[in-house]
Ligand binder design. Structure first.
Ligand SMILES: NC(=O)c1ccc[n+]([C@@H]2O[C@H](COP(=O)([O-])OP(=O)(O)OC[C@H]3O[C@@H](n4cnc5c(N)ncnc54)[C@H](OP(=O)(O)O)[C@@H]3O)[C@@H](O)[C@H]2O)c1
Length: 229
């Protein structure tokens, strides 16, 4: 892994991923909206920035050229198929053999075998309904983006984040194939460690074509159940 592209680089998760990638000595190309380029001033001179919408296929084509890995923040903003457009462009234009890591939340399921709490189901329904009503966010499009990734024969990993909090790193989160596993019960991960998991996944072949649901390694449920079958 020498050169990586971060799609959605200016967001909170994106900026943490930039730092982790630089710490590993990777060359970093970041894609972010024109109006957000200033958010990356702290990295000036250390990364290459390709400004533009992340679902602009020409922008993605240019940004991922020559990259061994692509880290994509999947966000379903608006009603213009932002998440699925972004995912499709990355799937279409990333270099053959590149590791493709995508972020989303626990609500995305790969095989329907996740077991969700009533709170999470209610939240997704209410938030999803209101967000669509006001045309701010289309959660269905994040589902569609994930469906396309799961169907692809690329070397993908879809990292499914729990609720997030800020704070110093606690280390690499633990993961499970399915929400509902007791190890995940605490439902909390530091955002900096979500980013760490995404970047570490670039070089973890065991995560190819997996959709790990993650939780902080110091979360009570992780401490209680880590290592159990
Ligand atoms: N927040 C949570 O609690 C949570 C929980 C689980 C999983 N996740 C997952 O984590 C990832 C991002 O999480 P985050 O909360 O840390 O967010 P974030 O890093 O702040 O990322 C938000 C991204 O959305 C972009 N964005 C914001 N408004 C936009 C708009 N109107 N149109 C287009 N792009 C826009 C931002 O770009 P700009 O810099 O240009 O604004 C940024 O790249 C997502 O994949 C999400 O599913 C989040």
């Amino acid at each position: 892994m020498h050169k990586v592209c971060i799609v959605g680089a200016s967001g909170k998760l994106g900026r943490y991923m930039i730092q982790h990638a630089l710490d590993r000595g990777y060359d970093v190309v970041g894609v972010c909206r024109e109006q957000s380029v200033g958010k990356l001033d702290g990295f000036r001179g250390r990364i290459t920035i390709v400004p533009g919408a992340t679902n602009d296929r020409a922008v993605i084509r240019k940004a991922v050229a020559g990259c061994d890995g692509v880290l994509t923040v999947l966000v379903p903003w608006g009603m213009q198929r932002y998440a699925s457009g972004t995912a499709q462009a990355v799937l279409d234009y990333a270099e053959p053999g590149a590791r493709l890591i995508f972020s989303c939340g626990w609500h995305i399921t790969r095989d329907g075998r996740d077991v969700y709490s009533w709170k999470l189901r209610l939240l997704v329904r209410v938030f999803g309904f209101l967000a669509r009503l006001f045309r701010v966010v289309d959660l269905n499009d994040q589902v569609e983006a994930s469906r396309r990734i799961f169907a692809s024969d690329r070397s993908w990993t879809v990292v499914r984040g729990s609720d997030l909090e800020e704070g110093d790193s606690q280390g690499l989160p633990v993961w499970s194939r399915h929400v509902g596993d007791p190890v995940l019960a605490s439902n909390l991960t530091r955002r900096i460690d979500f980013a760490l998991f995404m970047v570490a996944a670039l070089e973890d072949e065991a995560l190819i074509r997996e959709a790990p649901a993650i939780v902080g390694c110091r979360a009570p449920s992780a401490l209680a159940h880590a290592g159990s079958p």
